[in-house]
Design a protein around this ligand. Structure first.
Ligand SMILES: Nc1ncnc2c1ncn2[C@@H]1O[C@H](COP(=O)(O)OP(=O)(O)OP(=O)(O)O)[C@@H](O)[C@H]1O
Length: 610
């Protein structure tokens, strides 16, 4: 699973924050007019603040010096109107950006979800779900906030500071230079702060992802936690993660407090020095009192734009980290539609053992290696399931049965060799077509928060009511009619409102509802009682007559559904034959069957071969 250390290690090699943030452009492009419009409005509003000192200068050198109350009232009225205009413009800016930015966030979230659906299973095996969840929630929220606030105010503050300094230098250049002195040390400190804060921000956002994973596992695994009385240890583990996150957040706060303190103190010292120098100049008659008042008001008007830089830089760093985390997922290549070119495939076919001369499901020298595993799970699997035939796959636990079944719908791609359906290499088929031909049901039945009917019809979107009833019938899912709303009953998150056997039967119904040409079942009856299993088997036999099926079996009763049995051992097919033949010829098979059902044993099954 993706860990904090790995991610933080990646952070130290990352491109600059600006380059990272520029990757948001394709999403921002559609709303650029509103965003630029809002930034322009904010710049105007902020620069309005710089007009106040001019009014003050006019008031001090004019009506105040002349003791003219009418002039003072007029000046006050102008100041009031300027204040109201400034507030209205800032409100207008907010209105301009709110709706389009919510749209940007929604579009990015939809793109992430779509991409996740198209990523290979190997990716999902590696990544913790909490890391993905936090990228789709917290990180995207941070990005919306960044586009709404820091991005605009970085531009607004920079323009205001620039305009302000031009005005200060024009008012009294010697005092203006005094205020400019701290700029260089401030820039150095800001860049130091940025690099340190970016590492802390990355660590915090990864830790939020880890925390989300633990919360999710705690909720999904609540039955196990309660069953084994693990509340305390789970709470301790959770507390440890929250403690780490708290430490990181406190570290961020310390960095922010440090830069904020520096950014506030240095300009204050410079303003103090300018005040002393300015007062001396006024006393010497080199400067008018009005100009000094205007100069100091301009300097004070620049305080917030300067002081907020630390805070804005922090938000920009967090947004850059969120962008980086978002694109870490978005940059992972999606599953390829086809894996090989036609030429490569014909080469493979030529070297294959008699490929193309028969139909059905064929594995030819199939090798499969999990990316992170030291050895190949499957190493030279050759197997042929004839059209209309049902073949049971038997093997010791961990021998690779589930892995082999997952290769047929291309949940994983073969490392070498090939698999053909009616002579056609699956690596050359479009996934959509492949998955129309092949239906799967796994041992662990996964249901979604939808109605019973919707869950079953996921197996064939165009199936009608009659197909649904037939599929439920095959899976012996008569219990559905007793549910409060029949097939419209919502099964709840992951179908936990149903029993394990009920979930398995719905998953089986989903696999058969589309009358697939090829059926792959991974021990689909393991959670059923013997009576229900017998009924499902009787109904399944009718379905299996029309289809070519590969069924992973642990129990003799499931094996008896099949025409032939294949024994998977040592990464290859060690024996193929009827149940009886294998019982006679393969000690491993006899042991597996006897071991699975000690009371019946191999002998009890004699004569039951089909
Ligand atoms: N995602 C994965 N990454 C790395 N190794 C894996 C992965 N999934 C399974 N394996 C390994 O591959 C081997 C075969 O696993 P598989 O689930 O195919 O066995 P199986 O025969 O179906 O077992 P069982 O009968 O217990 O269901 C095991 O050693 C397992 O640890």
């Amino acid at each position: 699973m993706t860990s904090i250390s790995a991610a933080t290690g990646a952070a130290s090699r990352k491109p600059s924050a600006v380059r990272t943030l520029l990757r948001l452009w394709p999403y921002v492009r559609p709303v650029r007019a509103r965003l630029f419009g809002a930034a322009f409005v904010a710049v105007v509003a902020s620069c309005l603040g710089l007009v106040f000192p001019f009014v003050l200068k006019w008031m001090v050198d004019g009506p105040v010096a002349d003791r003219d109350p009418g002039g003072v009232w007029l000046g006050a009225l102008v100041l009031l109107l300027l204040g109201v205009l400034e507030a209205v413009l800032f409100g207008f800016r907010r209105w301009l950006v709110a709706r389009p930015l919510a749209g940007v966030e929604a579009a990015m979230r939809a793109a992430l979800y779509r991409h996740l659906q198209r990523l290979p299973i190997a990716f999902h095996d590696r990544w913790a779900s909490g890391q993905l969840l936090s990228r789709g929630t917290t990180d995207l929220m941070l990005l919306r906030m960044f586009l709404a606030f820091p991005l605009t105010f970085l531009l607004v503050n920079a323009t205001t500071i620039l305009a302000g300094f031009v005005i200060l230098l024009m008012q009294e250049w010697t005092l203006g230079l005094v205020l400019l002195i701290p700029v260089v040390p401030l820039m150095i400190l800001c860049s130091l702060f940025e690099s340190r804060y970016s590492l802390a921000a990355r660590r915090a956002q990864d830790q939020v992802g880890d925390l989300t994973t633990v919360v999710e596992e705690g909720v999904l695994g609540i039955r196990i936690i309660k069953g084994f009385g693990r509340h305390r240890s789970q709470s301790l583990a959770f507390r440890e993660l929250t403690r780490r996150l708290r430490t990181t957040e406190l570290g961020k706060a310390r960095l922010l407090a440090g830069i904020w303190g520096v950014i506030m103190t240095i300009p204050e010292l410079a303003i103090g020095a300018a005040l002393v120098l300015g007062t001396v100049q006024v006393a010497n008659g080199d400067l008018s009192a009005g100009t000094l008042v205007a100069f100091l008001s301009t300097a004070l008007a620049l305080r917030w734009p300067v002081e907020s830089i630390g805070f804005i830089l922090a938000l920009c760093q967090e947004a850059a980290t969120a962008t980086e985390r978002y694109f870490e997922v978005m940059d992972v290549p999606e599953e390829k539609e086809t894996v090989r070119s036609g030429t490569e495939a014909s080469g493979a076919a030529a070297s294959g053992s008699g490929a193309g001369d028969e139909d059905g499901l064929r594995f030819e020298a199939v090798r499969f290696h999990y990316p992170d595993a030291p050895d190949a799970v499957l190493d030279g699997v050759d197997l042929h399931i004839r059209p209309g035939e049902t073949l049971a796959l038997v093997g010791a636990t961990g021998s690779g049965k589930t892995t082999l079944t997952a290769l047929v719908p291309r949940l994983h791609e073969v490392t070498a060799g090939r698999i053909t359906l009616d002579g056609e290499d699956i690596a050359l088929m479009e996934r959509r077509r492949l998955r129309e031909l092949v239906s799967v049901a796994f041992e662990e039945p996964t249901l979604f928060s939808a109605s019973v009917g919707e869950n079953v019809l996921m197996g064939a979107a165009d199936a009608d009511e009659a197909a649904l009833t037939r599929a439920l019938d095959v899976a012996q899912a008569g219990f559905v009619t007793d549910l409060p709303d029949g097939i419209r009953t919502e099964v709840g998150e992951q179908g936990h409102s149903l029993s394990g056997g009920q979930r398995q039967r719905l998953a089986l119904a989903r696999a058969v509802v589309g009358r697939p040409r090829f059926l792959v079942l991974d021990d689909p009856l393991s959670a059923l009682d013997v009576h229900t299993e017998a009924l499902v088997e009787a109904a399944l036999r009718r379905v299996l007559r029309e289809t070519t099926a590969l069924i992973v079996a642990h129990r003799p009763s499931t094996v008896l559904l099949a025409d032939r049995v294949a024994l998977l051992s040592g990464g290859r097919i060690a024996a193929v034959g009827t149940h009886q033949e294998l019982l006679r010829t393969s000690a491993e098979y006899a042991w597996l069957m006897a071991g699975t059902e000690p009371h019946t044993g191999a002998k009890a099954l004699e004569g039951s071969d089909r």
